[in-house]
Design a protein around this ligand. Structure first.
Ligand code: URQ
Ligand code: ZN
Ligand code: ZN
Length: 479
């Protein structure tokens, strides 16, 4: 059935203008003033609302097995909560256990995600190295639409990889036309600091932040950028949380290196004082890596976002409830790392970004949707309001307010990091594949309606071609 969105103002990453939008067969079919409603069409009144590309969250972990437990949010509930907040697509992560097949793990995650209510894709993590990993990266890139490979520089003894693997994997990604992404924290330093703090008797959640000071991120970000630069590979730094990493990205970009930075909505508005809370459950609820930072880092992150040095916003939605967090009651290193936020990201960015004048509405669209679509090569299918694009749209009410609470959110977690915050700007209606799935507070999501979205690799860059031609075997791509 066709859907006519009437009377709204379209806002894209480039411009804003008054026009109607006609959707059918999951796609945008027509855009223009005063469109006729086809017979039988559903008509949604968008008067006074902004018609924007649905948000894309490039960093989520639905039902992730991690630190001895499994994230409480599953692919259906998490994507439904995202739709309630205006996010119409997620890019989640396949994280193979060290030694496990990347391809088998990919198929496992694909099975879990079949219940999703909205479209999804996967970054695949390289958590060890072997000839088989080298080969499977090729299969994933060429046959399964994976154009991004993740590397954890933290989590020693678990999924952390060393510089040798970064060099081999970044080279392989470059060769394939895929983009390496990194969780940039020096895992050796974290392990060392954790031991020292526990030895001093510091066991509470405050120890988590103390064990991962900003330097730990700044150094790792610089190292990942240097390794990528050595190879001529692009690199995407996830959940940038510090002035140090933001500066490292800006420096590299100024020198012409293709480096991207992602910032979490949570990190833009929450600071490290949350760890001072005497209530363990509350402080532990904020334990995530990298941790929340002293306030001045937020100023640097906003400056990075406003100046274009940081290109995307995400949530790293990785939900653990209080009973799960309690595993670290007597030892902060055992608290499952992760916070949630997929439902509130866009309202946080509108309230603290657009309403404060930091971002224009167009820039809001860029950092919540379009930039991610471009970086991961799914634009203009996603992140666009144009004929032929997927009909993933949010009808945004720029003036309506809501108070955030775990009591009313749709996320499957017993805590909300924004609890009590009043935010202005919300999704009045969300449209996924041309269907109204969220309207005036009512979720109409369908389990399994989400599709896996292929993300084609990029054409080989000159560096890659150069590397390939320079020697019989590309430099650094050791078997
Ligand atoms: O490190 C990540 O991104 C995953 C494991 C989620 N947890 C977290 O604390 N960020
Ligand atoms: Zn991470
Ligand atoms: Zn993550």
């Amino acid at each position: 059935m066709s859907l006519l969105i009437r009377g709204g103002e379209i806002v894209t990453a480039d411009r804003r203008y008054r026009a109607d939008v006609l959707c059918d067969a999951g796609l945008i079919q027509a855009i223009g003033p005063d469109l006729e409603a086809p017979t039988g069409a559903e008509v949604v009144d968008a008067g006074g609302l902004l018609v924007m590309p649905g948000g894309i969250d490039p960093h989520t972990h639905m039902e992730l097995p991690f630190m001895g437990t499994v994230a409480s949010e599953d692919f259906f509930s998490g994507t439904s909560a995202g739709l309630a907040g205006g996010t119409t697509m997620i890019i989640d992560f396949v994280i193979p256990a060290p030694g496990a097949s990347l391809l088998d793990s990919f198929h496992t995650w694909r099975g879990w995600a079949e219940k999703a209510a909205a479209d999804y894709s996967f970054h695949v993590a390289v958590t060890h190295w072997s000839d088989k990993v080298h080969e499977e990266m090729g299969v994933l890139a060429r046959e399964h639409g994976v154009n991004s490979f993740k590397h954890f520089m933290a989590y020693k003894g678990a999924i952390m990889v060393d510089d040798d693997i970064l060099l081999r994997s970044f080279s392989r990604a470059l060769e394939l036309g895929a983009i390496p992404t990194v969780h940039a924290e020096n895992g050796e330093a974290v392990a060392f600091m954790q031991k020292a703090l526990l030895a001093q008797g510091i066991t509470g959640p405050e120890g988590h932040a103390l064990s991962r000071p900003p330097t730990v991120e700044g150094e790792a970000a610089q190292r990942a950028i240097a390794i990528a630069g050595l190879l001529g590979a692009p690199v995407y730094i996830v959940h940038v949380s510090t002035a140090e990493a933001t500066a490292a990205i800006a420096r590299a970009r100024l020198e012409g290196q293709r480096v991207y930075g992602e910032v979490l909505a949570q990190q833009l508005v929450i600071d490290e004082s949350v760890y001072e809370n005497k209530d363990f459950a509350t402080a532990a609820a904020y334990v995530m890596s990298p941790p929340f930072r002293p306030k001045h880092h937020q100023k640097a992150l906003w400056a990075g976002l406003v100046s274009g040095q940081l290109q995307t916003t995400a949530t790293d939605h990785c939900a653990f409830c209080a009973p799960q967090k309690a595993a670290g009651r007597d030892n902060f290193t055992l608290i499952p790392n992760g916070t949630a936020g997929i439902e509130d990201r866009m309202s946080v960015l509108w309230h603290h970004g657009v309403r404060t004048g930091r971002l224009t509405p167009e820039e809001f669209v860029a950092v919540t949707s379009t930039n991610t679509a471009k970086i991961f090569n799914i634009h203009p299918r996603k992140g666009a309001v144009e004929v032929g694009a997927d009909a993933d749209l949010v009808l945004w009410d720029p003036d309506r307010s809501r108070t955030i609470s775990a009591k009313t959110h749709h996320q499957k977690i017993d805590f909300n990091v924004y609890e009590g915050m009043e935010l202005t700007g919300l999704a009045a209606t969300t449209i996924s594949q041309g269907r109204v799935v969220w309207h005036k507070g009512e979720l109409r999501t369908e389990r399994g309606a989400g599709r896996y979205i292929d993300r084609p690799c990029f054409p080989p860059t000159l560096e890659a071609l150069g590397l390939l031609n320079a020697t019989a075997k590309p430099v650094g791509v050791a078997r």
